[in-house]
Design a protein around this ligand. Structure first.
Ligand SMILES: *[C@@H]1O[C@H](CO)[C@@H](O)[C@H](O)[C@H]1NC(C)=O
Ligand SMILES: *[C@@H]1O[C@H](CO)[C@@H](O)[C@H](O)[C@H]1NC(C)=O
Ligand SMILES: *[C@@H]1O[C@H](CO)[C@@H](O)[C@H](O)[C@H]1NC(C)=O
Ligand SMILES: *[C@@H]1O[C@H](CO)[C@@H](O)[C@H](O)[C@H]1NC(C)=O
Ligand SMILES: *[C@@H]1O[C@H](CO)[C@@H](O)[C@H](O)[C@H]1NC(C)=O
Ligand SMILES: *[C@@H]1O[C@H](CO)[C@@H](O)[C@H](O)[C@H]1NC(C)=O
Ligand SMILES: *[C@@H]1O[C@H](CO)[C@@H](O)[C@H](O)[C@H]1NC(C)=O
Length: 926
């Protein structure tokens, strides 16, 4: 069969270009070095990882620089590519993939001029064979064969010694047409059950393949036989992208599985979402092993046919070998009272671990279908990994990250007493109640906008019929596969369980990140130069610790919920307002995402990174639409992540995912989410984000050449998407750059700049003109407290460094005016704009706008005004308790720490104001 082994040739992924090979040392002129360290301590195990590094503007040209990774003076097996450019085309971000063989305490990334020395060419253990029907990737330790069509994603997994340890890797889905809403009633609906499998649309493979190969499979789910739906058919649905990452010299494969919900909530109830691999089995039943991860490194150690605990003893050596997963001594050395009676010892064909809550799992096994299950004592939070295999033929371990945090989840081992067993990892357990995505209330009789706005007055929910839809929301999970030539030690599996739940992360030196200015100049490492500054640091630490504690005490876990936090607290019930309309799930309200990431950049706290990572995964997937009419928009805070009728780009704001994206070397799934937002503006043609609150004399026309957009709220989300596309030199970067510059020009040309509020935008060419009520650009005043608090400040700050000296001066002036006047006196507003802005709030959060204006104008009085706004207006008072208190006994369901004075709106805005004020005007801190 014709095949091609790829070499270093062409473009890599969404946002990168292959550009470098390895270079060992960096002692030449024009060089730069950046220290890279593990987020936690050096891991016991790392089968390869990818990270990103920023570079200062104007210093390194792509065509003249080699990036390489060094440790202790020796080059490390890596692959480097560019993920971002400054506006002057110099390199802004690079990504580096490190092969499995290269585990070191720390690393240095070197940038050196190409002509400094000869560059040694790198050899790689990775071999990629792309043929007509399959893609074969050999890492040196494992070979995976991927199909290009059909229902099987992974045809075969083979170890380097040639043993096949996995086959027929595919996706499994089950659904049903209705649920029994009240089983005590007669006349239940006839339920149809459907079974589905993956159906591949297309498969792509990375081109470089020095340290890492990425195979991406796109498709959806197609009905198969099974269930009882013989009379009825279901359409293909639930599109997926499954990405397989294989690093050189690694026996493990990382899988990133993303699924979009495109069902009908009233008739499509998902019962199970799984990934299944077959495992060929040839060892004797007593030499076949089941390993399932339990709690804190615990492992269930069993054999398909147990020969321990029997009435007769086969011999100590036999028992020990079986328990330890080693081949038992030859059968003729066993006590014959056992070896002659093996046929009477049951074989356990199936195992099932079910985690239906974040707090407990059950475990059971059976000899075969048709016989009853036997309970195995369960426990609390399962590690999410299982192994099936034999002492001499080896087998497969398969694990799901955050297994218990994303309950209901399940692991099945099946057919272990046949020639082909299987491991199924259920991302949604078929033992749970079906996934019910119907609205949580029936509309309560709200008939029109007047009713809906009146209801908003009481529950703070902005409801509207048809808008409480999950159609288009998504979920991403991470899974890991490991192939073994023989059953591994259980301690190895315990270590792998640790690994899959906290995959090692490499982070560039944070001083370097700050100095590069690639993520703006509005944050810096804590200095603790004064007591006041230290107090602010203590408060920031309190807030990040408190939220991590609340996640665990309030059980903010589950399939759709893990990663989110709640919006507002109910002091009376000592409970977050999980059931009160707009006060429930936060859905990124007032940008806690930006606070968490900037605070991580400042402090380097590993726990905060993991917390922010989960937050990023959740908010980017489930709070945002990825297909359908609202694609690119997100949903305002609510009881369900999609229940509120306010669909806006302020929630899908790409800026929220930017730090994670670049630090991970361009996480490909997040890259997809960022790219999607390029077209969010098209959703404005379908839904007017402010339809319920428009003055009667202002009409919204879905005209693509004259769309009424908020020049802060809407523009900042779109601008962030354009900036990232421009940085990445993605396929649409020229359009993105042009729209960025055109819209900046348009906003600057508005008589009142950002103060105008809403203006008309042409989504073909990016021009912005005054709103229809002001055709002659005489000046409109339309200021809202929300305009600047969903990333506008941070996006503009990054545009400033991105463009450097080319940053448009008139746009900057429009922005500095907004920054100055938002918190200025009514008299000043009146004098400047002929009209005061009216009653505004979020002054604490807006103190960072004042600080920005103070910094850029060098105005000391303004710096004092900013600190006054920070300390003495709204938000968190310096006199707030700044601690939590224990609530227990019969007051609450279970003991909790309460800080009744905390709301997530204030956390996001206080956090950002504190960080930015310290960076911009820290020297004027009272
Ligand atoms: C590198 O790129 C820059 C800017 O694109 C260009 O001016 C320069 O000639 C290039 N140098 C080489 C060696 O190709
Ligand atoms: C790299 O540097 C180390 C010491 O820092 C030196 O021993 C080694 O020879 C250098 N390698 C090359 C290829 O220059
Ligand atoms: C590399 O070599 C070219 C021509 O040989 C020269 O123009 C360029 O300045 C050199 N670059 C560096 C960084 O020395
Ligand atoms: C499927 O099974 C359910 C419950 O056993 C039954 O109510 C329903 O009628 C069946 N549907 C079909 C199409 O056979
Ligand atoms: C692959 O298929 C998906 C749909 O599943 C589609 O959106 C995408 O454009 C396709 N990509 C390629 C390279 O054909
Ligand atoms: C498991 O990890 C521990 C701690 O990192 C290490 O000491 C031990 O050698 C590892 N065991 C195996 C079998 O890999
Ligand atoms: C629209 O009506 C509001 C009062 O509801 C008024 O203040 C405003 O001036 C009107 N705008 C125009 C363009 O007529």
């Amino acid at each position: 069969m014709p095949s091609q082994v790829f070499s270093l040739v062409a473009a890599f992924g969404l946002c990168g270009q292959v550009m470098s090979q390895l270079y060992p040392n960096s002692t030449t002129p024009n060089s730069g070095t950046v220290k890279i360290q593990w987020l936690d301590e050096k891991p016991a195990y790392s089968p390869g990882t990818t990270f990103g590094v920023p570079w200062p503007r104007g210093k390194y040209q792509a065509n003249d620089t080699i990036f390489s990774v060094v440790s202790n003076g020796d080059h490390v097996a890596t692959e480097s590519w560019i993920t971002g450019y400054w506006s002057d085309s110099s390199v802004k971000w690079t990504a580096h993939a490190i092969a499995a063989s290269a585990l070191e305490n720390d690393y240095t990334v070197n940038a050196v001029s190409k002509n400094s020395t000869a560059v040694p060419s790198e050899t790689s253990s990775l071999e990629v064979t792309d043929s007509l029907d399959t893609i074969k990737v050999d890492t040196g330790k494992i070979t995976a064969t991927f199909s290009k069509t059909g229902n099987i994603l992974v045809q075969e997994l083979k170890t380097s010694s040639g043993q096949v340890v996995g086959q027929n890797g595919k996706l499994i889905l089950r659904s049903q047409s209705s649920v029994f809403d009240d089983e005590d009633k007669q006349g239940q609906p006839a339920v149809q059950y459907f079974n589905f499998e993956s159906k591949i649309d297309n498969v792509t493979v990375s081109k470089n393949n020095i340290a890492r190969t990425l195979v991406s499979v796109h498709g959806d789910h197609r009905q198969i036989n099974g269930g009882n739906s013989t009379t009825s058919t279901h359409k293909d649905w639930l599109p997926f992208v499954v990405r397989f990452y294989l690093y050189a010299n690694s026996e493990s494969i990382k899988i990133v599985h993303s699924l979009i919900y495109d069902g009908v909530p009233e008739t499509d109830f998902v019962r199970g979402i799984g990934l299944r691999f077959d495992v060929p089995l040839a060892d004797e039943f007593y030499d076949r092993h089941i390993r399932i991860a339990g709690v804190d490194g615990g492992i269930l150690n069993e054999a398909v046919q147990g020969i321990t605990g029997l009435r007769r003893d086969p011999g100590q050596a036999v028992r020990t070998a079986q328990y330890e997963g080693k081949k038992t001594p030859a059968l003729d050395t066993w006590d014959t009272r056992v070896s002659s009676r093996l046929q009477w010892i049951p074989t356990w064909n199936d195992y099932s671990l079910t985690q239906l809550s974040s707090d407990g799992f059950t475990l059971k096994k059976r000899t075969k279908a048709g016989q009853s299950w036997v309970n195995i004592p369960g426990s609390t939070r399962a590690g999410g990994l299982a192994y099936l295999g034999g002492a001499t033929k080896g087998g497969l371990a398969f694990g799901l990250r955050n297994f218990w945090k994303q309950y209901p989840s399940q692991i099945d081992i099946s057919n272990a007493a046949t020639d082909v067993g299987a491991i199924t990892l259920w991302l949604y357990s078929p033992a749970a109640q079906p996934l019910d995505t119907r609205p949580f209330h029936d509309g309560l009789g709200e008939e029109d906008y007047a009713d809906q706005l009146d209801a908003l007055e009481i529950t703070y929910e902005d409801w509207e019929g048809g808008y409480d839809s999950p159609y288009g929301v998504a979920k991403t999970s991470e899974l890991f596969l490991f192939g073994f030539d023989s059953t591994p030690e259980s301690e190895t599996l315990a270590n792998l369980t640790q690994y899959i739940n906290s995959p090692p992360v490499l982070i560039a030196d944070r001083d370097h990140i700050a100095q590069s200015e690639a993520l703006g100049t509005y944050w810096q490492r804590p200095e603790n130069s004064s007591a006041s500054a230290q107090t602010i640091e203590d408060h920031l630490n309190f807030l990040t610790q408190f939220y991590q504690g609340q996640v665990s005490q309030r059980k903010w876990y589950g399939f759709w919920d893990h990663g989110d936090v709640m919006h507002t607290y109910d002091v009376d019930r000592h409970e977050w307002r999980y059931d009160v309309g707009g006060y429930a799930w936060d859905n990124s309200e007032l940008s806690p995402n930006l606070f968490f990431w900037n605070q991580f950049l400042r402090t380097g706290q590993a726990d905060l990174y993991r917390f922010a990572e989960a937050h990023t995964r959740h908010t980017g997937e489930t709070d945002v639409y990825h297909l359908g009419p609202w694609k690119g928009l997100g949903t305002r805070h609510g009881v369900n992540h999609w229940s509120d009728s306010s669909k806006q780009i302020r929630i899908s704001q790409p800026q929220y995912r930017k730090v994670f994206y670049y630090l991970t070397g361009g996480d490909e799934r997040v890259g997809d989410l960022l790219t999607e937002i390029l077209d969010a503006e098209k959703a404005f043609l379908v839904v007017d984000p402010r339809r319920k609150v428009r003055a009667a004399n202002i009409t919204y026309v879905a005209d693509p050449e004259a769309l009424l957009i908020d020049v802060g709220l809407d523009w900042s989300g779109q601008a962030a998407a354009w900036l990232i596309e421009y940085e990445c030199r993605g396929p649409r970067w020229q359009e993105a750059k042009s729209k960025l510059l055109e819209t900046m020009k348009g906003i600057a040309n508005l008589k009142n700049g950002f103060v105008t509020g809403e203006a008309l935008y042409n989504l073909y060419n990016g021009t912005i003109v005054p709103p229809s009520q002001d055709p002659d650009n005489k000046g409109v005043v339309g200021v809202s407290h929300l305009t600047a608090v969903f990333g506008l400040v941070e996006v503009i700050a990054e545009l400033t460094t991105h463009f450097g000296d080319d940053f448009p001066a008139d746009f900057e002036k429009a922005w500095l005016d907004y920054c100055y006047y938002f918190g200025a006196s009514q008299e000043e507003q009146l004098a400047r704009y002929g009209k005061a802005f009216g009653k505004l709030n979020l002054h604490q959060g807006h103190s960072r706008l004042t600080a920005y204006a103070a910094k850029h104008s060098g105005n000391v009085t303004l710096a004092a005004r900013a600190w006054n706004e920070f300390y003495n207006t709204d938000g968190f008072s310096p006199d707030a308790p700044w601690k939590s208190e224990r609530i227990d006994g019969s007051k609450v369901l279970s003991p909790v720490d309460e800080a009744a004075w905390v709301s997530t709106n204030d956390v996001g805005q206080y956090g950002l104001a504190a960080i930015e004020n310290l960076a911009l005007i820290g020297g004027y801190l009272p």
